[in-house]
Design a protein around this ligand. Structure first.
Ligand code: TXA
Ligand code: MG
Length: 307
């Protein structure tokens, strides 16, 4: 059910959950000051309680109130990238943040989203916790219709149109004295590096448990079985509109192979379209550069193919 910002605020006052738009993907939002609404978010998504939520703040000053210390370059990062698709994992005053939102960790993840509708909402009710608005493990939602499919037509939803980035925020965490990329996302490592004056480190996923508990779980996967290939051939292809594929009968187009922004924008819609078309198996073209936003796209496709 499409509702207004004012109606969303009334529902939040009654400890209810509302789907909200962001510039990355839709979120399933609950007020940080309502543990019972946050509990509902976990139940609705079927999300493990060990996977903490991102706290969406109205500005960096609001975020600062929750912090037990301020890592270097906090101002630089927030002044440059907020509002926008950058999430920061920061040490917090645990007594100020309900345990359930941060999965009992001594850190929490924060971001100020850039979507105008949600920024207006946050001016009236903030902070809001919001994981991506999908059933855990499934592709994220980038259009209002995706929410209706996952949670039903009656589910309260603030319609903000199609999400412009189409992939989640990049998560940076200050660990062992350095900024690390904890999840690749809509802002590339190179872009962050250009502002910081050094590249944030990639966390050594092979040898350590991930910084984000969420990275341990299955993600972004359609029902269809995906086979990744650099030389794809087969009847059903997830690939690029400017390439020709041998034996192809049906293309699920990610857009042009020289336009990673377009590919990110379309990515989850394409993965969901496979299920809508009841595709059982598709070959995915992963012949793509290994830089910038392509790294995020490849990470999402790799996880989507993991069963
Ligand atoms: O773009 C986005 O970030 C979207 C929109 C709705 O804001 N949100 C999103 O939330 O992607 P979610 O819940 O799907 O992913 C949040 C990730 C999870 O992997 C979680 O483990 C991690 O953030 N996270 C949250 N708090 C953390 C913390 N204190 N330390 C490390 N990772 C944390
Ligand atoms: Mg998610």
């Amino acid at each position: 059910m499409r509702i207004s910002v004012e109606e969303a605020i009334k529902l939040f006052e009654r400890d209810e959950v509302v789907a909200i738009p962001t510039e990355t993907v839709y979120g399933l939002a609950a007020p940080l000051d309502s543990p019972s609404a946050i509990e509902k978010v976990f139940q609705l998504k079927n999300r493990p309680s060990s996977n903490p939520l991102i706290i969406h703040v109205k500005d960096k000053e609001e975020c600062r109130k929750y912090l037990s210390s301020i890592p270097p370059d906090f101002d630089l990062l927030t002044d440059t990238f907020w509002p926008g698709p950058l999430t920061l994992v920061l040490p917090v005053k645990i007594e100020l943040i309900t345990k359930i939102a941060r999965a009992d960790l001594s850190t929490a993840a924060f971001r100020q989203p850039a979507h105008p509708v949600t920024l207006a909402l946050l001016q009236k009710k903030s902070p809001l916790v919001a994981p991506s608005a999908n059933i855990s493990g499934k592709p994220s939602a980038t259009r209002p219709e995706h929410i209706e499919l996952d949670f039903g037509k009656e589910f309260p939803l603030v319609d903000g149109g199609r999400c412009t980035h189409g992939v989640e925020s990049t998560i940076l965490a200050f660990v062992e004295g350095q900024w690390h990329i904890a999840r690749e996302g809509a802002i590339s490592c190179e872009t962050l590096g250009a502002s910081l004056g050094y590249l944030p480190l990639a966390y050594d996923k092979k040898n350590k448990s991930p910084i984000c508990p969420g990275q341990l779980f299955r993600h972004y996967a359609p029902k269809a079985h995906l086979l990744l290939s650099k030389e794809p051939s087969g009847s059903i292809i997830v690939g690029f509109s400017d390439r020709i594929y041998p034996e192809m009968k049906q293309l699920f187009s990610l857009g042009r192979s020289d336009n990673p922004e377009e590919v990110a924008f379309r990515l989850y819609d394409v993965l969901r379209a496979l299920d809508a078309a009841q595709v059982e198996e598709a070959i995915v073209d992963i012949h793509m550069p290994h830089n910038d936003l392509w790294i995020t796209i490849l990470e999402r496709l790799t996880r989507a193919a993991n069963r």
